[in-house]
Design a protein around this ligand. Structure first.
Ligand code: ADP
Ligand code: GLC
Length: 486
């Protein structure tokens, strides 16, 4: 099976969140299942700097684009997975975040940028990119790749198309003037195609035209068919429910392994959990917090956006500071949340520590050093941090939504008794519900043995790609078989 994964992020070339993690580790899992997997990404400045040696694989001309677009060929660092970068300096040679300006606004030409990316992916898919390789399946991920299924839908030689929703809230919506500027077929401006309330919706290309749609957990697959989580697309998703599947993400178990993690002070495992305390002390020192092992440390690593319920944490803080808990937050995103969090840490430097920024290594130290990990997300397609936390014996406190439901088992008298409990559920989106769950966690934390049992039960879960990789392969096979029938 030849699989082309089209994505705007793949760790370590580019990552702003879980999409990067997934597209950096799924290809390796698929290779182990004997797939010939290749990746294609925009040639961002950072990706070009990180990929190492590359060769020019093709030079393509595209209508409406000045000068050639180059396909650079290299490999995903530390793997043998071939990668093509779509190199076109005027659109992709920019610093930092792939979607935002350094001031935090969307790049004004995002429609043009990702439309060009999609056009090149479509050319690769249909054997029109001067490459000696035609995929059986193109696996598109999120709105940045949504035009691909639309562009190739009527092409005889097209591969089967699988479109994965990592986050339905990001849809790639742009005004009609952008639709016109992109030189797309006028037939695509229809509510049965890309038009969505008088805008062009990139994600609709995937939802309408893919042979299979997947999303990153079974629970989110159900949720997005309801008005509450459907972001206006629930009707379309209900229409397509027969091709919609939920596959929970795997994690990179080498990158996130407390027994081998070079970023942390002391490696540990389920059989040496006591060693985790050294990471806690190191983390407390790093943040100038009191070195008191008995006080529970709550960690957070998050994009600072509405989805992640940062405002709920802010609501809960006046009550949280009345407990013994210490709070450590690493995050980047909206300035309003960042400012409010920083104000709290300035007021209470002995209890609340906040680091604004993006820091992969620090994320590892927080996972290893915290006792609990807080994720009060309003919605969460899958979520990776709760799985990293479970693996690190850092008990997750999560909202009862999306993939969090599929990966965390709430502590109840029954689950504690039968040894299946791995975390705590926040029952609704309020600061009070956050505090209820945090208080339950703090209470159990006082009972060291029971607490350790919960942490160890989490560490023993299998979140590797083994099962999920196979599920993807099965979906790819279904998509190929379906396409042949047509
Ligand atoms: P999402 O993709 O919605 O942000 P996930 O839980 O799937 O949520 O994945 C988030 C990923 O991004 C995790 O690997 C997490 O560690 C990482 N991350 C988020 N914010 C930061 C940050 N400020 N610094 C380092 N890593 C971060
Ligand atoms: C998105 C979602 C997150 C998911 C990630 C990877 O960013 O918000 O829940 O884990 O994609 O699929």
């Amino acid at each position: 099976m030849k699989v082309l994964i089209a994505t705007s992020e793949a760790y370590p070339l580019m990552k702003t969140g879980g999409l990067g993690d997934v597209c950096g580790s799924l290809p390796v899992a698929l290779s182990q299942l004997d797939c010939d997997v290749r990746l294609v990404l925009p040639g961002y400045r950072e990706a070009r700097a990180r990929i190492g040696a590359v060769k020019v694989a093709a030079q393509l001309t595209v209508d409406g684009i000045d000068g050639p677009v180059t396909l650079l060929e290299g490999t995903l660092p530390n793997t043998r997975v071939p990668v093509w970068l779509v190199d076109y300096a005027p659109l992709f040679d920019r610093p930092g975040n792939p979607y935002l300006t350094p001031e935090g606004h969307n790049w004004p030409d995002n429609a043009q940028r990702f439309a060009l990316f999609c056009k090149i992916v479509a050319r690769i898919c249909t054997g029109q990119a001067q490459l000696n390789w035609n995929p059986d399946v193109v696996h598109c991920n999120d709105w940045q790749t949504g035009l691909v299924p639309a562009l190739i839908r009527n092409t005889q030689t097209r591969p089967a198309v699988v479109f994965t929703i990592h986050n339905l809230a990001y849809q790639g919506l742009f005004p009609y003037s952008d639709f016109q500027a992109l030189h797309l077929e006028t037939a695509l401006w229809s509510s049965d195609a890309l038009e969505f309330y008088n805008q062009i919706s990139f994600i609709k290309g995937g939802l309408v035209f893919a042979d299979r749609i997947t999303t990153v957990s079974p629970n989110y697959a159900n949720e997005i068919q309801t008005p509450e989580f459907g972001c206006g697309l629930d009707g379309l998703l209900r229409q397509r429910m027969h091709v919609l599947r939920g596959v929970v993400n795997g994690i990179d178990t080498k990158e996130w392994d407390p027994a081998r993690d070079a970023a942390i002070a002391k490696q540990y495992s389920a059989t040496s959990l006591a060693d985790k305390a050294q990471n806690k002390l190191a983390l407390l020192r790093e943040f100038d917090l009191p070195s008191d092992e008995d006080r529970p440390v709550i960690g957070m690593v998050s994009r600072l956006v509405h989805q992640k319920g940062i405002d709920l944490v802010l609501d809960a803080l006046p009550r949280l500071i009345g407990t013994s808990a210490l709070l450590i937050v690493l995050g980047s995103g909206e300035a309003l949340y960042a400012g409010q969090l920083e104000n709290w840490s300035r007021r209470l430097p002995e209890q609340i520590a906040v680091r604004i920024g993006y820091d992969e290594q620090l994320a590892h130290r927080i996972e290893a050093g915290a006792d609990m990990f807080l994720m009060p997300s309003r919605f969460e397609p899958c979520g990776l941090n709760q799985m990293y936390s479970l693996r690190y014996g850092t008990v997750p406190i999560v909202r009862r939504v999306g993939g969090l439901v599929d990966t965390v088992v709430d502590c109840t008298p029954r689950t504690l008794a039968d040894g299946t409990a791995t975390g705590f559920m926040i029952e609704n989106d309020s600061g009070t519900a956050v505090m209820d769950a945090v208080n339950r966690a703090i209470t159990l934390y006082q009972e060291k043995n029971r607490w350790n049992n919960v942490a160890i039960a989490g560490m023993r879960q299998d979140f590797s790609w083994r099962n999920s990789g196979r599920s993807y392969l099965k979906i790819f096979e279904e998509a190929v078989a379906d396409k042949k029938k047509r």
